[in-house]
Design a protein around this ligand. Structure first.
Ligand SMILES: [Zn+2]
Length: 427
């Protein structure tokens, strides 16, 4: 059972874990107990102390969760747990598809049940302590069950489809599987608001009033047609505020959290909206979809090279190669590549954020965007002095201070060149 691949997998999983642990430690070291000068205008002394406590609680908590998950994988690897589970699955049913479904359902639900107490603690102890949590235990568990049902339905259907392709086309199955995954990704991107969101939240069209009127006149001025502006009841889970954009063409919609509307002035909301329109203008949603489709291509291709490997099955504690053992081994072996692709995607995402901010600045909304970002960050007790290496690896958005600096730069450039004359509607 112990072969080269086994040790390679253990090494990869360990590297992945250590990388995260070291970066988490660096991030903790970067935290300053005294209010740093650059943060002084944003947090006051008392809020800053609260933010530091929140940060330390979260940092320690995620270190424990990561260590637990790492230990869980090591136990499964060293006991040959995946092989045993696969053996049991074939005792239940001789059908390879049903056995694979049984195998993954057991792993997915087993993992979720084991990590559930952590999620519960995070929501009802940490988030609660700092006044963010709005969830009731009932909502927490119904969310969980809905999540399981969706994962079982979608995951089960996808898995069945891919195994059927694997049985029929063997060597080329990955290309067909990729085609199916592309179609599903596009479908979900188009119908996310109609199909997935309503399972968890209520969306209502933004009611006519000063905000709606201001938004409409703004979108008209920047020549951006959007008739679907919705308010989502984010406040039912958390006090943290947000806004996002989904869909394409006529289906595109802007979704504002009710918490955002409550916290920000109309001008600040328009600035956030301008940022979201910037994402849409620069086609960041299509870019994101393209990247995830390319990523799936790479993933499936590498997987197709490994799926049938005897050594991999043995490394997982199995007797003979099966689709599910191949998939698990692949997922673990792939973790360093995943780490790298994750970093790459964060680099792209951060540059997209700057671009969207620049769009907001180009329509004269740099200052209200800065004040909106400050409010949202302070309210959410965001850590303003993370370790730069941590930001590089894990942050999908630039830090608040980085964004403010760039926004100031954009807006002073705008003023110098008077480019904003045609666009400056707001001051
Ligand atoms: Zn953004």
């Amino acid at each position: 059972m112990l072969n080269v691949l086994f040790f390679l997998i253990v090494a990869f999983v360990s590297i992945d874990y250590l990388f995260g642990a070291i970066l988490g430690w660096l991030n903790r070291r970067a935290a300053k107990s005294e209010l740093p000068d650059e943060v002084a205008g944003i947090y006051d002394q008392e809020e800053y102390a609260r933010q530091q406590r929140y940060f330390k609680d979260n940092n320690a908590f995620s270190a424990i969760v990561r260590a637990f998950e790492f230990a869980l994988i090591l136990i499964m690897l060293f006991t040959g747990g995946f092989g045993i589970l696969d053996y049991l699955a074939y005792q239940v049913t001789p059908s390879p598809i049903l056995a694979a479904l049984f195998f993954f359902a057991a792993i997915y639900i087993g993992n979720d049940v084991l990590t559930l107490p952590f999620g519960y603690y995070d929501t009802f102890v940490i988030e609660e302590k700092y006044g963010f949590n709005k969830m009731t235990p009932k909502l927490f568990f119904t969310d969980q069950i809905k999540g399981w049902l969706i994962a079982c339905l979608l995951g089960g259907a996808l898995l069945t489809g891919v195994i059927l392709l694997f049985q029929k086309w063997h060597d080329m199955f990955w290309l067909y599987a990729w085609g199916i995954i592309c179609m599903i990704s596009v479908f979900i991107t188009f119908f996310y608001s109609e199909l997935i969101v309503p399972i968890f939240n209520k969306q209502t069209p933004l009611q006519p009033g000063p905000l709606r009127a201001a938004i409409t006149s703004f979108t008209r001025k920047v020549d951006f047609e959007v008739s679907n502006i919705y308010v989502i009841d984010g406040s039912k889970r958390s006090t943290k505020a947000n806004a996002y954009f989904t869909g394409f063409g006529k289906r595109k919609r802007i979704v504002l959290y009710d918490t955002l509307i409550k916290e920000l002035t109309n001008e600040e909301i328009i600035a956030v909206l301008a940022h979201e329109i910037g994402h849409y203008r620069y086609r960041h949603n299509i870019l994101g979809l393209g990247i995830s489709i390319l990523n799936a291509f790479l993933l499936l291709y590498v997987f197709s090279l490994l799926v049938d490997n005897d050594m991999l099955a043995h490394a997982m504690g199995g007797e003979f190669p099966t689709f599910e053992l191949g998939l698990i081994a692949f997922t673990l072996l792939y973790s360093p590549i995943e780490l790298l692709t994750g970093i790459l995607m964060n680099i792209i995402s951060r540059s997209n954020e700057y671009q969207a901010d620049r769009f907001a600045a180009s329509v004269g909304l740099a200052q209200p965007l800065i004040s909106a970002l400050k409010k949202i960050s302070v309210k959410a007790l965001v850590n303003l002095t993370p370790s730069p290496i941590y930001v590089f690896a894990y942050y999908s958005h630039p830090t608040l201070l980085q964004r403010i600096a760039k926004l100031q730069e954009y807006s002073s450039k705008m003023n110098q060149t008077h480019e904003n004359r045609n666009y400056n509607y707001w001051r």
